[in-house]
Design a protein around this ligand. Structure first.
Ligand code: SF4
Length: 677
């Protein structure tokens, strides 16, 4: 008689570098020879997931067993840059890597070995457990990131935490106005878009501030379409008018803001003509915005995207936007606040997990290099070996000319862990087939929903595919560290140990629901206006207001025939990863988009091949029109996720110089010239 085997249900969280961190229930047939994940159903009762995935990733079961998925280790068989490999056994690959490690360590410093990683899989164990290996080795580790780190850092300086607001306040009945600044919610944050549409239905008004007219503008009361990077000038104009009309919240400022008078001094004098010229806005539209802010004071919420901080002075740009809410006293009241990233709320309970996952007390502090400047750091002959995981560096890091030159060095041995071949594997000496996020136990700390959620890993049908931890554990054994306690546990044991480190309430919620949110949907955070700074007050430093100094010019300037270059991700793709399920949109990466007005102005035609150039690079693109763009602005989609693509990556045009905190990239601080070929 045929034995009946029940399918297994496991909680999962999408670990992609995305606002959603969607939580779902996976149904698995563990006995199936290959297609073990049968379905993934987004949770209806999760307050952000709300029962749906985004179009980028609604077929993850297809991707898991995609024919192009890497299933064996590969060794390079052609020149660097060619993605030519032959298959080898996992054991041979580990031997080769271990031998190379020994040679490099003997001939050079251990610090000449580099680990570069990011949030391609944002699982805490996936991202950070390899630090056990590199810490013991004394290797160099990348720090910071490429995304929101500058903004987090800047907001922490003034509020003591970059997270200050419960995102579910979007739907608080007290809210009457939502300002969505620099965030294309309908394409990049579908779940917040869903909440905002619900708020609109319930009577909230929306103002959008964005150089691109997004889908949200259809439902917005007002759309301000400034030139990229001019956010702080808008903020200055708005604050000047708040001051002039004496609409600031004096009690809030006196009681809860240190040095608030510095804001007054910074904005009391403005050059209106300059602001109008550089923002590309009209006084009428700015005044209409201000009127709404006055009307709905103490009923206004700001949602700010990562775009405004992707400039050389990005952190300050973000602070100046936040200061509008500070002046108006829009904190600690229902339906108000400032939403940027909520992961700051999780730090309290993830601290012990991170400590356990990385065990930093067992080895001396490591050498660091900023991730964003990886290209020029590797240019130095000091570095001889590079491991890349959870990152498609040759697609998503800026200034690809420098980076690829470095990755092409014959004396730099590159090991890449990934699920598919991509732009980075092109330069690899060894490629290790990686497990998908759902195939390992892990924790995710989302950045739009506060809290933590889990992946209960299901089985992987391919025996050579490894999680990052499993790979470095095997490598440690090859390297002679088989008895070291850093590498004794399995990933499941690390996961279980971490669960035990969490407060009981969190443990229970993770087991029962798959996720934990540290407060209730209706809670107003910092209601007592006691912020986590040294004295409980919002801190204003003179340096926060440097952008207001009339003698300093932080603006990005463009010359004739030049355009500000925006490089957002496409709505069907996660940055630089997993293009395999949306191949039909591949051609979009070969295009540069302009407003039809600009196309006419520079006397070119849509579908014409043009030369795009700036001081970093030049390449051919197909010109196309997009009337959602502000004239003067060009757009090339970022994150080319395909292997051997025919198109040039937009990051050949972006600057390696990071945001001033050196914590993340200044991708939008750039202009390009477009000319006829
Ligand atoms: S990519 Fe983002 S929105 Fe889409 S399923 Fe994953 S977490 Fe959800």
């Amino acid at each position: 008689m045929k034995k009946y085997i029940e399918n297994v249900k496991r909680y999962g969280t999408c670990s992609k570098d995305c606002y959603g961190s969607c939580v779902f229930m996976g149904e698995w047939n563990d006995q199936a020879p290959e297609k073990k994940l049968l379905s993934a159903k987004p949770l209806k009762n999760h307050p952000l997931t709300n029962g749906f995935f985004c179009p980028k990733f609604n077929h993850r079961e297809e991707l898991l067993y995609h024919p192009d998925r890497l299933k064996s280790a590969l060794v390079r068989s052609g020149p660097k840059g060619s993605n030519s490999f032959k298959t080898i056994s996992l054991d041979s690959a580990l031997n080769l890597i271990s031998e190379k490690l020994t040679t490099v360590e003997e001939k050079f410093e251990p610090s000449s070995i580099v680990a570069a990683f990011y949030a391609g899989n944002s699982g805490l164990i996936s991202q950070f457990s390899p630090i056990r290996f590199f810490g013991k080795l004394g290797a160099t580790i990348t720090t910071g990131g490429i995304c929101n780190e500058a903004g987090n850092h800047a907001l922490s300086q003034i509020f003591g935490n970059y997270s200050t607001t419960n995102p579910f306040q979007i739907n608080n009945p007290n809210n009457k106005l939502i300002v969505i600044w620099g965030s294309n919610l309908s394409e990049r944050n579908n779940h917040a878009y869903f909440l905002v549409k619900k708020a609109i239905k319930n009577g909230s008004f929306v103002v959008e501030v964005n150089p691109v007219k997004t889908k949200l503008a259809e439902n917005a009361t007002l759309h301000l379409q400034p030139f990229p990077g001019s956010d702080y000038l808008i903020a200055k104009y708005v604050m000047n008018k708040i001051l002039a009309a004496e609409k600031y919240d004096r009690d809030f400022l006196v009681q809860h803001v240190d040095n608030y008078k510095k804001i007054f001094t910074g904005v009391e004098k403005i050059d209106e003509n300059k602001i109008i010229h550089h923002t590309g806005l009209t006084c009428e539209s700015l005044d209409a915005f201000i009127k709404l802010l006055f009307k709905y004071q103490h009923k206004t919420l700001f949602i700010v995207g990562f775009g405004p901080q992707k400039y050389f002075y990005g952190g300050k740009n973000l602070i100046t936007i936040a200061l509008i809410q500070v002046l108006l006293g829009n904190f600690g009241k229902p339906g108000t606040g400032f939403i940027f990233s909520q992961s700051g709320f999780s730090k309290e309970f993830t601290y012990s997990l991170m400590n356990y996952i990385t065990l930093p007390h067992l080895y001396p502090p490591s050498n660091n290099i900023p991730l964003v400047t990886l290209g020029s750091s590797l240019n130095s002959n000091k570095f001889k070996m590079l491991f890349v995981y959870n990152l498609n560096a040759a697609s998503s890091l800026p200034n690809q000319t420098i980076l690829r030159k470095s990755l092409s060095r014959e004396d730099l041995y590159l090991v890449v862990l990934d699920m598919f071949l991509n732009e980075t594997t092109k330069f690899a000496d060894i490629v290790i087939p990686a497990k998908f996020d759902l195939e390992s136990n892990d924790f995710i700390t989302p950045y739009f929903t506060p809290g933590i959620s889990i992946n209960q890993g299901g089985p992987c049908p391919y025996s050579d595919c490894l999680s990052n931890f499993e790979f470095f554990q095997l490598l440690a054994k090859k390297y002679g560290w088989e008895d070291n306690k850093l590498f004794q546990e399995t990933q499941e044991e690390i996961f279980e140990k971490c669960i035990e480190l969490l407060p009981t309430e969190v443990q229970q919620s993770l087991k029962l629901n798959g996720y934990y949110i540290p407060f209730r949907i209706n809670d107003v955070l910092y209601e007592d206006l006691n912020f986590p700074t040294f004295n409980g007050k919002i801190q204003i430093q003179s340096s926060d207001l440097e952008l207001f100094d009339p003698n300093l010019d932080f603006l990005l300037h463009r010359r004739q025939n030049e355009f500000y270059l925006l490089s957002p991700a496409h709505k069907y793709f996660i940055h630089s990863q997993m293009g395999e399920i949306h191949k039909e949109f591949e051609n979009v990466f070969g295009k540069i988009f302009l407003n039809p007005y600009d196309i006419e102005l520079i006397k070119l035609k849509p579908n014409e091949e043009v030369l795009v150039s700036n001081k970093y690079s030049e390449a051919k693109f197909i010109l196309d029109q997009n009337n959602t763009l502000k004239p003067g602005t060009a757009l090339i989609f970022s994150g080319l996720p395909f292997v051997n693509a025919e198109y040039e990556n937009v990051n050949f045009f972006t600057p390696e110089k990071p945001e001033e905190s050196e914590l993340s990239g200044a991708y939008f601080s750039v202009t390009v010239k477009i000319s006829k070929i």
